[in-house]
Ligand binder design. Structure first.
Ligand code: CP
Length: 315
């Protein structure tokens, strides 16, 4: 696996054979945990017990931060977390880049970073003296989310190649959408998006990707539907569309659900803003796999960390 000792910040870094290896280890960890309630016993040797992962989150998070923390705990590794910039020296004027440099200088074995993306990502990350895993950077990418999404598709649909994945929502501002587009295309899925004109994604990345203006049409086409949060915090100068207008045409939860395949699945990276992207009935629809995504995030991140940190696994 070429990820050993490397940073991971983009879905484009992985070849499909490496994704297979990662998914096999994710499935092994999940299955073993279900049977035995632990995964640390799968790790060869004891070196992992001295390993420490530093997590610095400059933006809010529930799932990504907690699942990396749970993954490290399950692997028997230690974590430190800096996730409240108001009590860090950022509040005294230190830059986020310098915060990352300082934490890296404490010699963690790896760092997990989330931030708004105002810093020069590739240059800053290549300077740091340990592997860096992106936990979501600005509007560019969130590659571990895409991996856990693809794993959830595989687990439920038994394949990824040929699946028709419809992204619905604020594609323009979604790092999850960008990472999913790269990864799912690489794995042979068809990707389309359904958005109002205000959320049309950037031409350079999304050129040639099928667009459905009407939710009904997209739902008829798809085997996998992924809702995306409306990212109000990134609409600095407004987007010319009210939430009420968005809801009227693109909220999932009405008759369009009847057009969606009975054996299709509904995903969302979270957080779901109930009543905006999804009506409450979507959360209890039998095709909803949102909490399975969260569970899979733990084992996927544990598998990824084990490869990056060079941990051998007994099978
Ligand atoms: N999917 C995701 O990134 O969720 P959090 O923002 O809660 O980590």
């Amino acid at each position: 696996m070429s990820l050993r000792g490397q940073s991971f910040i983009s879905s484009s870094q992985l070849r499909s054979e490496e994704v297979d290896l990662l998914f096999n280890r994710t499935a092994l960890f999940k299955d073993h945990f279900k049977k035995h309630g632990r995964i640390e016993d799968l790790i060869s040797g004891t070196a992992h017990r001295d390993m420490l992962v530093a997590m610095v989150f400059g933006e809010p998070s529930t799932r990504t931060r907690s699942s990396f923390q749970v993954a490290c705990a399950r692997l028997g590794m230690k974590t430190i977390i800096l996730d409240n910039m108001a009590v860090s020296s950022v509040s005294k004027g230190e830059t986020l880049e310098d915060t990352f440099r300082n934490v890296a200088s404490m010699w963690p074995n790896a760092m997990v970073l989330r931030y708004g993306g105002s810093v020069e990502t590739p240059d800053m990350i290549s300077e740091l003296k340990c592997p860096v895993i992106s936990a979501g950077i600005g509007t560019s990418e969130h590659p571990t989310q895409a991996l856990l999404d693809a794993f959830t598709i595989l687990e439920n649909r038994k394949k990824i190649s040929g699946e028709k994945v419809l992204l619905v929502g604020d594609v323009l501002h979604s790092r999850v959408a960008n990472s999913n587009l790269i990864l799912l295309k690489k794995l042979g899925a068809e990707v389309a998006y359904c958005t109002p004109a205000e959320f049309t994604p950037r031409e350079d990345q999304w050129k040639g990707v099928q667009h459905f203006a009407e939710l009904n049409e997209g739902m008829k086409w798809a085997t996998v539907v992924m809702g995306l949060r409306i990212q109000k915090e990134r609409h600095q100068s407004g987007i010319g569309l009210s939430i009420a207008e968005y809801r009227e045409r693109y909220r999932i939860g009405g008759d369009e659900l009847k057009l969606f395949s009975n054996d299709g699945i509904i995903l969302h990276p979270g957080p779901v803003i109930r009543g905006v992207e999804f009506s409450p009935n979507v959360m209890i629809d039998p095709r909803n796999r949102i909490l399975d995504q969260v569970t899979n995030g733990v084992f996927l991140r544990a598998a990824l960390l084990s490869f990056i940190l060079g941990l051998e696994v007994n099978t």
